[in-house]
Design a protein around this ligand. Structure first.
Ligand SMILES: NC(=O)c1ccc[n+]([C@@H]2O[C@H](COP(=O)([O-])OP(=O)(O)OC[C@H]3O[C@@H](n4cnc5c(N)ncnc54)[C@H](O)[C@@H]3O)[C@@H](O)[C@H]2O)c1
Length: 308
């Protein structure tokens, strides 16, 4: 397939681009390179993606990037809940207007499949396991922007586009050095010999999903015959305290822990019910937390944090 990956220079995008190229797809990227670094990490790969540098909310860039594509994976976004509260207008531009503009480009270009990176933030405050039949209730501009995207993507069958929204759990893995997420932070601190930082009791839980498992799910979604919304995760509920122990085991350190007051918007518990994704996409995650942490740490050690 000829696949446009927006946000292809970011964490999930950079992993996905390699994955799709290795699986025989032709890949183009649309990214404004506002997060991470320039994609030098593609290094000596024989097949490289074509890079269109531009904003997703810019109609000319979106049209140029979607032209000739069979499918779009729309990842480009300002990803933080806290950032969206601090800068809602930026969230609107990139995440709402950006999603509209890329989908509009896809419609004009006759693209058949559109895969959208959504988030559990559309269900903020819901009691887990998170399921697709729960009523959405975003509590941040970020969550609201993802809900808008899901709606638009679901409605795009009126244009002959099959739209699939994937609500990623907490994704981690290589090429994440620029991320502020808990696993990226913990591993960077372990390597720097600094204490791990826990906000609150550490009993808050998350569902940690290795990025390679996201890539396999996206590839399945590219072959979807009908539209849908699916939670992607492992279904395993892991507390931050358990994560600390796993990081200590994998890194062979008995690192110190610093405790800070809980952050106000932090969900107490989160994990997903992945039965719909299993059924409809024939997808299951394969990498458990320990293996995923080991592979991420290995990348961080070998690259010293290079890459997007
Ligand atoms: N990483 C996670 O745990 C997670 C969880 C849920 C959902 N998501 C979603 O997955 C997607 C990818 O997340 P990520 O972790 O790779 O984030 P990231 O910040 O590493 O990547 C985002 C990419 O989008 C690009 N970008 C941002 N604004 C842009 C704009 N206006 N125009 C063009 N490019 C722009 C950035 O340069 C970057 O390369 C996002 O949509 C995010 O909301 C991620």
């Amino acid at each position: 397939m000829r696949v446009l990956v927006t946000g292809g220079a970011g964490f999930v995008g950079a992993n996905l681009v390699s994955y799709l190229i290795d699986h025989g797809h032709e890949v183009r990227i649309l990214d404004d390179l506002s997060a991470g670094s320039r994609p030098e990490w593609w290094g000596n790969r024989s097949k490289r993606p074509q890079v269109v540098e531009g904003h997703v909310e810019d109609a000319a860039s979106a049209r140029r990037a979607t032209r000739g594509m069979d499918a779009v994976v729309h990842l480009a976004a300002k990803p933080g809940v806290a950032d969206s509260v601090a800068h809602p207008e930026q969230d609107f531009r990139s995440n709402v207007l950006g999603t509209f503009t890329v989908l509009d480009g896809a419609r004009r270009a006759g693209v058949r499949t559109f895969v959208f990176a959504s988030s559990g933030a559309v269900l903020a405050g819901a009691t887990p396991p998170l399921r697709e039949d729960m009523a959405p209730a975003p509590q941040s501009p970020y969550g609201a922007s993802k809900l808008y995207g899901e709606g638009l993507v679901a409605a795009s069958d009126v244009f002959g586009i099959t739209g699939v929204s994937l609500r990623f759990a907490n994704v981690y893995g290589p090429l994440s050095a620029h991320k502020g997420s808990v696993i990226a932070q913990f591993l960077k601190r372990v390597l720097a010999g600094r204490p791990l930082l826990i906000y609150g009791t550490g009993r808050q839980t998350r569902d940690f999903l290795f990025v390679e498992d996201v890539c396999t799910a996206v590839e399945r979604a590219l072959g979807a015959k009908r539209k849908g919304v699916y939670h992607l995760g492992t279904g395993v509920e892991t507390s931050v305290n358990e994560l600390v122990r796993a990081v200590q085991k994998v890194s062979g350190t008995k690192g110190q822990v610093d405790r800070q007051p809980a952050r106000p918007a932090d969900a107490a518990r989160s994990f997903v019910d992945l039965s719909a994704a299993r059924r409809a996409l024939k997808w299951s995650p394969r990498v458990d937390l320990e293996e995923g942490l080991r592979r991420t740490l290995e990348w961080m050690r070998s690259s010293a944090g290079r890459g997007p």
